[in-house]
Design a protein around this ligand. Sequence first.
Ligand code: BG6
Length: 498
Amino acid sequence: MVIFGGAGDLTKRKLVPALYNLAATGLLGESFAVVAIARSEMTHDEYRQRMAADLREFATGPIDPAIWKRLEKLFYYVHGDFADPGTYSRLKTQLAEVDTRHGTNGNYLFYLATAPEFFSEVVCQLSRTGLMREEGEAWRRVVIEKPFGRDLESARRLDHELMHVIRERQIFRIDHYLGKETVQNIMAFRFANGIFEPVWNRRYVDHVQITSTEEVGVEQRGGYYETAGALRDMVPNHLFQLMTLTAMEPPISFQADAVRDEQTKVLTAIQPMSADDVSRRAIRGQYGEGTIDQSHVPAYRAEPKVRTDSATETYVALKMLIDNWRWADVPFYLRTGKRLPRRVTEIAIQFKPAPFVLFRDTPVERLSPNRLVMHIQPDEGITLRFSAKVPGPHVHLGSVSMDFKYSDYFGATPSTGYERLLYDAMEGDATLFQRGDMVETAWSVVEPILQAWQATPPRDFPNYAAGSWGPAAADELLRRDGRQWREIKSEIKSEIKS
Ligand code: BG6
């Protein structure tokens, strides 16, 4: 595995702890080594020491010194600028040495943990040096981090540049949400259980809410975030993964292309938005100062590297319609934002209410519709809400819930979310990675929103206080349809009301 950006944040926070976890569970093959590349000059040993210190800080559990001792010997370091051809000649020499010493047989996984402007440059240079050429049994793959482009045109351009020198099957576009067990479980839940599929459609489902909220602000990433915003940062990637896995037809197999074909079909079926639709169905917000966990936090415009008159959105709510036979007229409401009261990612499927007729002459005033919630994080699990009779001589209904909590059944395995993705990339399984056409289709769905928002700068920013649940317009979006956002609770158990 070759890591470009070997001294960067992603490497120390996620990749090295994930490699450690893979080593600890015996999932790193015998023939394995890491070559890290970054600008500063360092010896192999200095790099190993640095990674050891970072691992102590970012490991997901206790470190077994024996495992780290074995793993650290597999780390090598090459210094150089990504634009300098000399870097790639040094890399080639290092890789040949690693092949001999570790029996890696010329199988290379290049991981681009770099800023996006280097993606194309690095792949072209690798190709020029012959390092992307697959000969005999040897494979050469490249893992590309998000963001893959910043709109449809730039994503197409990047694809075009990559396709010039490598094949689609060599490209593994990462979306770290697919590394989350609970996201993978959406498919298991839907397709390994017979009882849900018959009701998983417009006949029974009233609407779907997909929520991904965070307590944190932009932290030190103001520079990047100013060029992205909540829409680009979260929607065409993470939220669309959740939406497509929830809405897709059963694939004919778990082969990468079978699954990705179905996900892409959902994206293709999303009703395109006109500028008028954007003004009615796309809400943006930016946080002002406020209070979270009893601490005062600054406004977005006061964050480091953020313009004081920034028009960048830190919150998005959307109403999407999927125009196919399964979902026609069933709204999918999506929301995501920073500096909200709690970190929660979940998918709530709200079913249509039962007919009220039987309860007309009872004290019951209304029926609560059934709701199935897939809790992606934290408190990973699934809850199903239904009505039950409260004991007593009169008919009173209580809303109760059946809960499944991952940790109760399977324990909690510490993980960064990158373990499975790294393992699959090494195995050559692209099911949990994005295909080029998926990325482009996702961009084409959000493109009208990007354009409309760019053409009409927001006049009311900041329009929500840090620590609140977002702008009032987002509530209005659902209220107009006679609905409301699900109230987010911190614990699954609190779903149970009497
Ligand atoms: C990243 C975004 O892709 O996902 C961040 O760039 C966001 O802005 C993060 O905070 C959320 O990931 P998770 O795994 O914490 O939900």
